[in-house]
Design a protein around this ligand. Structure first.
Ligand code: PRP
Ligand code: URA
Length: 242
């Protein structure tokens, strides 16, 4: 199932191509609704830290949080804005700007998705957060829905769905179905994700073409246990318990 891993030279612009190291970068996807973060030296360095099996839990949390912050900042660029002109303290001066249109909420797919809540809170003060507990069966990789607790008025909000890993796509698809059943329009859902497999991302994008996906990296593929490769292992275990 794996595609060949693309590689590219990575480093600051002032370095010539021959002075830059080559690194594996994200696989490209042909879906307009899947936005992959720019493969900057900073992002690749952060991903290198969290992929390293020798990285301890404290560092895993720290570097994951840095990527989560990049994802949230980029995700907010995908929400609609309306014009807003303000008067500045300089007499007679105005600034023609924008403000976000509409209310938002975060929805984390437990457990690993909860790791992304703080990054969202850091950018959106007192944001409401709903939870959906979905667990993937270790043998079959099939997702199972256990629980959901969502804001009452969720159908009137833009939903930022949070899960760091998109492997087969089963868990994310199930979470979107829960949101749609609760009246959230498909095009009001934005999925923030750290690492996706190409097959999971394509599966998801084809089933829900109006949901926007913002991901840091599309990896090479899935292994026989439906783990993302090269991946980073079990995100929830590394963030919460290892
Ligand atoms: C992981 C991950 C996703 C899911 C991805 O969660 O956080 O929710 O697997 O796999 P899929 O795309 O094949 O469905 P898991 O169910 O292992 O639970 P956890 O969050 O408690 O680690
Ligand atoms: N869940 C994870 O945490 N990692 C994977 O690679 C797949 C599912």
């Amino acid at each position: 199932m794996s595609q060949p891993a693309p590689s590219q030279s990575v480093g600051p612009l002032y370095r010539s191509e021959s002075q830059k190291p080559t690194a594996t970068v994200s696989t490209k996807l042909e879906h307009d609704n899947v936005h992959i973060l720019p493969q900057t030296p900073q992002l690749i360095a952060l991903l290198t830290m969290i992929r390293d099996k020798e990285t301890n839990r404290a560092d895993f949390i720290f570097y994951s949080n840095r990527i989560i912050r990049l994802l949230v900042e980029e995700g907010l660029n995908h929400l609609p804005v309306v014009s807003q002109t303000v008067a500045t303290p300089v007499p007679g001066e105005k600034y023609a700007g924008v403000r976000f249109e509409g209310k938002i909420c975060g929805v984390s797919i437990m457990r690993a998705g909860e790791s992304m809540e703080q990054g969202l809170r850091d950018c959106c003060r007192s944001v409401r957060i709903g939870k959906i507990l979905i667990q993937r069966d270790e043998e079959t990789s099939q997702p199972k829905l256990f629980y959901d607790k969502l804001p009452e008025d969720i159908s009137e909000r833009w939903c930022l769905l949070l899960d760091p890993m998109l492997a087969t796509g089963g868990s994310a698809l199930m979470a979107v179905e829960v949101l749609i059943k609760r009246g959230v329009p498909e095009d009001h859902i934005l999925f923030l994700n750290l690492i996706a497999s190409p097959e999971g991302a394509v599966n998801f994008a084809q089933r829900f073409p109006k949901v926007r996906v913002v991901t840091a990296f599309v990896d090479r593929g899935l292994n026989e246990k439906n783990y993302i490769v090269p991946g980073l292992g079990d995100f929830g275990d590394r963030f919460y318990t290892m």
